[in-house]
Each structure stands twice: as structure tokens, then as C-alpha cells.
Design a protein around this ligand. Structure first.
Ligand code: EPU
Length: 343
């Protein structure tokens, strides 16, 4: 099989992830335009190699490998204004754009829709995959459609929001159609209307402390950044991949059962069910601030597993297993990791 000229072989993925674990990929290519996405995917199809798309590796855990895949490092950039009315602006954004840069740009223009998602690590193209969200906003609320290369049909497609099957930290790109699409552009619709006052507890408290009743988008961004900086470790300083577990979704009956045994269970309504804060569960299981196998559960937020001592993927697996087992024993709840596992 003739290899495309720019494809590199046996590339270590560890430096490309914020968790700093993982082995090497058989093939690796940086893509900066849609033509090279197609060319690379067609090459992989002919070679019988599966494709994996890498953004900034901030929600990704890579196994020791070798990873028998072609890893495409997504670097398609660019912003284009598609449409503007008196109330909204619609942008088409390259999948490789740094997510917080997109937020910053929109906030500078006074636009509403993504300001509460300030400082979430990662790229524009990764946001729809996990339906990234924070403080009451998620990308599913603003996304209109996305463009992607469909590896199954070998052509570019446009998927509307309704076709993405968005749920809490979930989408078709993690479930039925995992691995099928290479997202190249995302179209988002932002509003010129003043933002609503956030209802999320920690953010509300910050606004109260600063005596802000009617916050602007800039003030919401400032508040989110302050709250996040206080509780979450900066991945460029201490390796981590953000929230490590999804908050389990339970019935009212299950929540009531837990509330009988524990005081002040942090829960949020989610449709007809309830989300129980996974960080609280991990803390109740005694892991907050704990160091195991070279990893450390963050002191200020038990939902974040940090890797300050260059622990390996297998070390991480051991710690995750301990936490999952403890949560199962103590609460009868199944904790599910939030990051994507690549092997
Ligand atoms: N809590 C504890 N102990 C802890 C951590 C949290 O008791 O160690 C309690 C808090 O006191 C609070 C509740 O749990 O009552 C919720 O905590 P927090 O407000 O920090 O939010 P979260 O539910 O833990 C989620 C997202 C975050 C997002 C925040 C804000 C998930 C898995 N995580 O965290 O997303 O920033 O809400 O909206 O949904 C990420 O995905 O990487 C991420 C950081």
C-alpha cells in the first residue's frame, strides 16, 4: 500500500492528550482542509485501517497501544458569518478551532449562547461529540448543523441538530455512529438578546458576591472563569481530562432512597429523572485528594483525576476500577467515565 506522503508512522499520542497517558498510533496525519480529510480517509479505507479523529485530546484516554489506526489531528480552522438578523448571528466554524477562542470571540461581540461554556478545553469539532456543556448551557442548544466526512458512504454530509441525537454528555457520535464521521465544520447560532441570569448554584453565588443582578455575557464569562479556576486544575499545569465521570441519572425513587441515608445530596432535575453530582459521589466514597498508583484525585473537586507523576494508562484503569466499585457498593450506582477511551 502506497502511503500518503505526509502520513507519519508510530507516533506517540501521549503528548497530544491532556491526561498524558498512552502509546503510539500506527499512522498519524495533521489535516488542515477538507480535501486532505477525504484523501486520508480514502487511503485508510483502502489500507483497511480505521480512522480516529483527535482534537486537543482533552477528553481522551489512550491505552498503551499500539493503536492500529490512522489518527487525524484535526486542524481545520476558520470562521465565516453565514447569516445575521436583528436578533441572531450564524457562524460556520472550522472543527479545529480552539473552543474557548470561539467563546471569547462571541462574548467580545456581546453574543449569547455559549458564554457559560467558557474555558472548557478542546476544539469546536469535539464539542458536539460529547455535547459539551457547563452551567446550564450545552452545545446542542446553539448548534444548527455540522458538516462531516462520512466514512461509511465515503462522502461529505451535513447533519442537522435533530440528527445528532443529543443527550447529557452524549450524541450519536458516541453511540450508534461512533467512529463514522470526521466532523469538519460546525454551524452555531448565537443570540443578540441579553442573557438570562444563570441558575447554577456556584455561578449564582459568584454573581451575588459581586453584586451583579443582571449580568452581561462578559460578566457571565468572567464568573465562569473564576469559578472554574477555583475548583478545576489547569490541564497545561497538572495533566487531567476534566470531569472523569458522568453524573448518574436516577429515578425519583432511587434519589429518595439515597436521600434517606445521606444529607444534602446534590441533585438536578433531568427530564423526568435526576442527575446526582458524580463529584459528590466520589467524595463520599473517600477518594477526594487521595493519591493512588501515581494519580491524584483533585483536592478541590473529586470529579477530576489528575496525573502529576506520569502514571500510565494501566495505573489509571486500576484507580478508575476502585472508584467505580466503591460507588457501586456504597450507592448501588454505576459510574461511567466521561472521556473517550481509545485502544
Ligand atoms: N461536589 C462535591 N464534592 C466534590 C465535587 C463536587 O460534593 O468533590 C458537589 C458540589 O458541591 C456541587 C455538585 O457536586 O453541589 C456539583 O459540582 P459542580 O458544580 O462542580 O459541577 P459538576 O456537576 O461536578 C458538571 C460538569 C462540568 C461542568 C460543571 C458546571 C459533568 C460530568 N461535569 O460538573 O464539566 O463544568 O458541571 O456546569 O457533567 C467537564 O465535563 O470536564 C466539566 C468540567
Amino acid at each position: 500500500m502506497v502511503k500518503l506522503p505526509h502520513i507519519q508512522e508510530r507516533v506517540r499520542l501521549l503528548p497530544y492528550t491532556t491526561m498524558k497517558v498512552g502509546g503510539s498510533a500506527d499512522y498519524f496525519l495533521v489535516v488542515k482542509d477538507t480535501e486532505s480529510v477525504k484523501e486520508a480517509c480514502d487511503w485508510a479505507a483502502n489500507a483497511g485501517v480505521s480512522v480516529f479523529v483527535l482534537g486537543e485530546g482533552s477528553n481522551l484516554v489512550v491505552s498503551e497501544g499500539p493503536i492500529h489506526r490512522l489518527v487525524l489531528k484535526m486542524e481545520i480552522m476558520g470562521f465565516a458569518k453565514l447569516h445575521e438578523t436583528s436578533t441572531h448571528v450564524t457562524w460556520r466554524v472550522g472543527a479545529g478551532e480552539h473552543w474557548d477562542g470561539v467563546v471569547e470571540r462571541s462574548v467580545k461581540l456581546g453574543l449569547t449562547g455559549i458564554e457559560a461554556m467558557s474555558m472548557i478545553p478542546g476544539t469546536m469539532g469535539a464539542a458536539p461529540v460529547q455535547n459539551a456543556g457547563a452551567y446550564g448551557q450545552e452545545i446542542a442548544d446553539t448548534m444548527v448543523e455540522l458538516e462531516a466526512y462520512d466514512l461509511a458512504t465515503q462522502q461529505f454530509v451535513t447533519l442537522k441538530r435533530s440528527e445528532c441525537d443529543f443527550g447529557y454528555r452524549n450524541s450519536t457520535f458516541k453511540t450508534d455512529n461512533a467512529g463514522r464521521y470526521v466532523i469538519t465544520h460546525v454551524t452555531i447560532k448565537l443570540s443578540k438578546v441579553k442573557p438570562k441570569r444563570p441558575t447554577y448554584e456556584s455561578l449564582k453565588r459568584w454573581l451575588d458576591e459581586h453584586k451583579i443582578d443582571d449580568p452581561s455575557v462578559e460578566q457571565i464569562r468572567e464568573g465562569v472563569m473564576a469559578v472554574r479556576a477555583r475548583i478545576l486544575p489547569d490541564p497545561s499545569v497538572v495533566p487531567n481530562s476534566g470531569s472523569f465521570f458522568k453524573s448518574p441519572i436516577v429515578s425519583a425513587a432511587k434519589l429518595a432512597e439515597i436521600e434517606k441515608k445521606f444529607d444534602r445530596v446534590p441533585s438536578y432535575r433531568y427530564g423526568n429523572e435526576y442527575k446526582i453530582a458524580a463529584g459528590w459521589i466520589v467524595e463520599q466514597c473517600g477518594f477526594k485528594g487521595v493519591e493512588r498508583f501515581g494519580l491524584k484525585v483533585w483536592d478541590n473537586h473529586a470529579l477530576v483525576i489528575t496525573n502529576p507523576n506520569s502514571a500510565t494508562y494501566n495505573d489509571l484503569r486500576k484507580l478508575v476500577e476502585e472508584i467505580v466499585t466503591a460507588a457501586k457498593e456504597k450507592f448501588g450506582l454505576e459510574l461511567e467515565p466521561e472521556p473517550l477511551f481509545l485502544s
